[in-house]
Design a protein. Sequence first.
Length: 155
Amino acid sequence: MAQGMITEKSKTIAVDFDGTVVEHAYPQIGEEMLFAFATLRRLQEKGHKLILWSIREGDLLQAAVDHCRKNGVDFYAVNANFPGEILEPGVSARKVNADIFIDDRNVGGFRGWSETYQMLHPEDGPFFHQLENEKAHFNYRVRKKKSLWEKIFGK
């Protein structure tokens, strides 16, 4: 893995496995999603901390970690906020503290690794925070059509 230097500007990015890094085939490991490992390696080169954030546990989780490692991606942490964090089974939620979540179950679905990378690093430049990235956020004040709510209540 070509991990870039982690700095105070580094972003923590939580990445789902099934349906995002690989095609859905749970409990098996599906085929790589187009450009997944190349993009993950590039994000690491840019200095981001990647967390594998998966529903997988035990041997199935270890198989996913090993598969990623075999493809050149070692995660900063796995189902945890930092390396070595110990969660109480059945008590601790696995919601991680991340700046960005990359998951196939987000609203609108997963757009693919090429578009995801371009949203985070347009033209391979510096990281764009979500509030600065017009492609990532719709400005509700600029819409031309009135919503159903506005049509009904005139607001």
